[in-house]
Ligand binder design. Structure first.
Ligand SMILES: [Fe+2]
Length: 358
């Protein structure tokens, strides 16, 4: 079992403070846990910290995070995902405090070009993609299809569903290595040509879709000319549709990125766009293409998607769980579910944690 240095340190502190009741109550002593399906690369993926919360309060957790912040974030560059289970986090406000303790810069939903519908709880906490329970959200790096993307994601399980609704997590460096072996020509084209995405921004919010955010909300304007100006500035192409929606084609984005330690990651939105987007495309048009407009074959994308599914860890949520994801290193998705499910999210940016190739 992996037992990082701060876990040992707190255990010693705990023993030394046995006579001080207040310290015993406040001391945060997480355990490194194993969970079903956890992977090793060779570090645990995800890393899981468990706590017997008892009478502990969020304030103690905030102090602990502030003290261990550098160590936790450093571990995250290696493992890619951390799950905090049993911590005293019970509400959106406490989740907000948990996030703030990491001291990362907030990336507000309004400042992103996310195509998912979300609603804010606090300035940094919002609902995760509100796509209907029967609609899967396929593996993706958050906002990799846009010019603005987070380095870190936080998730908090406010309510776990009856069945399903797991969050899929896939190590992107591991996926890259597998793809380089299985479909080397595709990976070479990804490296050399980059990728473009085509999608529809509807006139009105479409709550039945995982990509239903309206163009007014996405582009922060309800005026067509302002919308066009923003798209032009970002290098997008666009075409107004008869129903008032816009079909947009992104500029060319890299499909493979390099981390500081030279690992390559499959940092893009290809799987989700191929499997989950409608894009308002006719038979001859596709939601994805290489940067030069050439086609990415469906057969290849099936291999890529199957491989990513095969390499994924299923995070089965328990109420109160908090997950911290390194968006540069890990793809995520969501399984369909039955019952009520509420998972809140927050995006953060730490420019030191992005890529070495920019
Ligand atoms: Fe996402």
């Amino acid at each position: 079992m992996t037992r990082p240095s701060f876990v040992k340190m707190h255990s010693v502190n705990f023993i030394q403070s046995m006579t001080d009741e207040k310290l015993i109550l406040d001391e945060i002593i997480p355990e490194s846990l194993t969970v079903s399906g956890q992977q090793r690369h060779p570090e645990p993926f995800p890393m899981v910290y468990g706590l017997h919360a008892g009478k502990k309060k969020i304030d103690g957790v905030v102090d602990w995070i502030q003290h261990e912040r550098d160590s936790l974030l450093a571990q995250l560059t290696t493992t890619g995902a951390m799950l905090f289970r049993g911590f005293p986090v019970a509400s959106d406000l406490e989740f907000d405090s948990f996030i703030q303790a990491f001291g990362l810069k907030n990336l507000a939903y309004d400042d992103t070009f996310s195509n998912a519908i979300r609603s804010n709880r606090t300035s940094r906490v919002f609902s995760a993609n509100e796509a209907p329970p029967s609609v899967p959200i396929f593996l993706h790096h958050e906002l990799a299809q846009t010019p603005v993307y987070p380095s870190h994601l936080f998730f908090f399980c406010e309510q776990s569903p009856e069945t399903g609704g797991e969050t899929l997590l896939c190590r992107s460096d591991v996926l890259f290595e597998s793809l380089a072996h299985e479909v080397p020509e595709f990976i070479e084209s990804c490296k050399n040509l980059g990728v473009r995405y085509t999608n529809i921004m509807p006139l009105n919010e479409d709550e039945e879709s995982g990509q239903g955010r309206s163009w007014c909300s996405t582009l922060s304007t309800n005026k067509k000319l302002s919308a066009e100006e923003k798209l032009r500035h970002l290098g997008y192409q666009w075409e107004w549709q008869e129903d008032g929606s816009i079909r947009v084609v992104t500029p060319v984005f890299p499909a493979i990125r390099k981390l500081d330690d030279k690992r390559c990651v499959f940092f893009n939105q290809l799987i989700a766009a191929y499997r989950g987007w409608d894009g308002g495309c006719s038979e001859s048009q596709k939601t994805i293409s290489f940067g030069d407009g050439s086609e990415i074959s469906g057969k290849t994308m099936s291999i890529v998607s199957d491989l990513a599914d095969h390499l994924s860890f299923n995070l089965v949520w328990e109420k109160g769980d908090v997950a911290l994801i390194n968006n540069s290193l890990v793809l995520h998705g969501r399984n369909t579910y039955i019952g009520q499910r509420s998972v809140l999210a927050s995006l953060a940016v730490d420019t030191h944690s992005l890529f070495s190739d920019q």
